[in-house]
Design a protein around this ligand. Structure first.
Ligand SMILES: [Zn+2]
Length: 447
């Protein structure tokens, strides 16, 4: 596969012989556990209390170690999980505290270097090259997206434009003027920028240069991918995965040859997929992704339960990378809606909506919990104006398709093009819950 390794940023690591990879993972795990038992930190002492020195001899022994969960990070706020002195760190990031305190993650200089390497791998896997102009419209700041892709782009040697989030009119002008070849942002923002470029008459100028996108931080369906690719007409949209608790973006990424699944950079992040009891599932069976950082210094995690649902794809990939692949994400354990005893992921609703080209990429899912039996309401938006008959027909066909897919009655509303609020920064919020009569969303619900 020598001809294809040209697209790899680190072919020696990315296409490593699997036997050698397993040895390397084992060596790294043994070193990690040895180091963590010696930190003198109360957290690590308690975490590894039952682990005898010498009982971890290879990567297969990982299963004997305890899981780590999100609340461990919150309970240790801010620096209780550090495995090095704070003076040895050079940066922190934090994830937004949707339930109380944010979770803080710290990095040593070597961790920042690793963060740059894995993001350079991801950009290269999406088709990025050192001669490119790479436009980064992820938020910069405490969120890991902006700075992660930024340093990855620089490491690759690309010319990075740190545009950050917001201000779409200015951003599309910049993309046209500077000749962006790559775009890195959330998938919802990529679509918003395409709409803006079209409205401002800049799309053709941008399309001349723009080849690929590296999109992540939100789960997005294949239908959403088609929507973005159609909207930009010529761009290849690629998925990137990561989470701040592990490092940020760059844990796994899609390659051009194996679209639909992501290579986990498993020389640094060891993946497991487990069922609800924490037991490994068979290849191809969906479960929760669990990650262990094999090389991170400041704030490693052991068997971190990500809450993200995926499955292993075990066939070798045509790109020549040997690392294991995981399927694109169906959703998060905590995104799952339970409505009248039925489990529903918002991504299933998205897939149905976007399957119809008359519907735009904007939508809202409203769970109306004002009565004992919750109702599911979906607000969609037309991609282009249609007559009243076609609108009525579209509403009926969406309601039927949603009922078939979800096995649940869904109330569908459809607005004019541009009628739903666009979110210009951060991750798009798709799901809203209404619990009381004074919620302002009530005005939007069917009577
Ligand atoms: Zn591949």
């Amino acid at each position: 596969m020598a001809t294809l390794t040209g697209t790899m940023f680190q072919p020696e690591q990315e296409a490593m012989d699997r036997r050698r990879l397993k040895e390397l993972q084992g060596e790294r795990l043994v070193a990690l556990v040895g180091r963590l038992k010696d930190t003198g930190s109360a957290y690590w002492e308690a975490k590894l209390a039952g682990v005898e020195p010498g009982s971890i001899r290879g990567i297969d022994d990982l299963r004997s170690l305890p899981f780590t969960i999100k609340s461990d990070l919150r309970d240790c706020f801010p620096f209780g999980m550090l495995a090095v002195p704070l003076a040895g760190t050079v940066r922190v990031h934090a994830s937004s505290g949707t339930r109380g305190k944010p979770t803080v993650v710290a990095y040593t200089a070597a961790d920042i270097d690793l963060f740059a390497q894995v993001n350079a791998r991801a950009i290269a896997a999406a088709g990025g090259r050192r001669e490119d102009v790479l436009h980064i419209a992820y938020g910069y700041g405490l969120f890991t997206g902006g700075l992660g892709l930024h340093y990855g782009g620089e490491r690759l040697g690309a010319t990075v434009v740190p545009a950050s989030g917001g201000n779409p009119g200015f951003q599309v002008q910049l993309m046209a003027d500077l000749g962006a070849n790559g775009l890195a942002c959330t998938p919802s923002f990529a679509l918003l920028l395409a709409e803006r470029a079209e409205a401002d008459g800049l799309k053709d100028r941008i399309r001349k240069h723009l080849r690929y996108g590296v999109f992540g931080a939100e789960p997005w369906s294949e239908a959403f991918r088609s929507k973005i690719e159609r909207a930009w007409d010529g761009l290849e949209a690629h998925d990137i995965y990561g989470l701040s608790e592990v490092i940020g973006p760059g844990v796994a990424a899609e390659c051009r040859e194996g679209r639909g699944s992501l290579h986990v950079f498993e020389d640094h992040f060891y993946p497991e997929v487990v069922d609800e009891h924490g037991e490994p599932v068979a290849p191809g069976v969906p479960g929760e992704l669990v990650l262990t950082t094999l090389t991170k210094e400041a704030q490693p995690v052991i068997r971190y339960r990500t809450g993200d649902i995926t499955s292993f794809v075990d066939a070798p990939c045509r790109c020549g990378r040997t690392s294991r692949r995981i399927t694109r994400f169906a959703g998060r354990v905590d995104d799952m809606l339970v409505i009248r005893g039925t489990n529903i992921y918002p991504s299933e609703i998205e897939a149905v909506l976007l399957d119809d080209h008359r519907v735009s990429g904007q939508y809202q899912i409203i769970l109306d919990r004002r009565s004992a039996l919750p109702e599911l309401v979906v607000r969609a938006e037309l991609a282009a104006p249609v007559g009243p008959d076609e609108r009525a027909q579209l509403l009926r066909s969406l309601a039927v398709a949603l009922k078939e897919r979800l096995r649940l009655r869904v109330e569908v509303l459809i607005g004019d093009p541009g009628s739903l609020l666009r979110q210009e920064t951060g991750k798009a919020k798709r799901v809203w819950e209404v619990t009381s009569a004074d919620d302002p969303l009530v005005a939007l619900l069917p009577k």
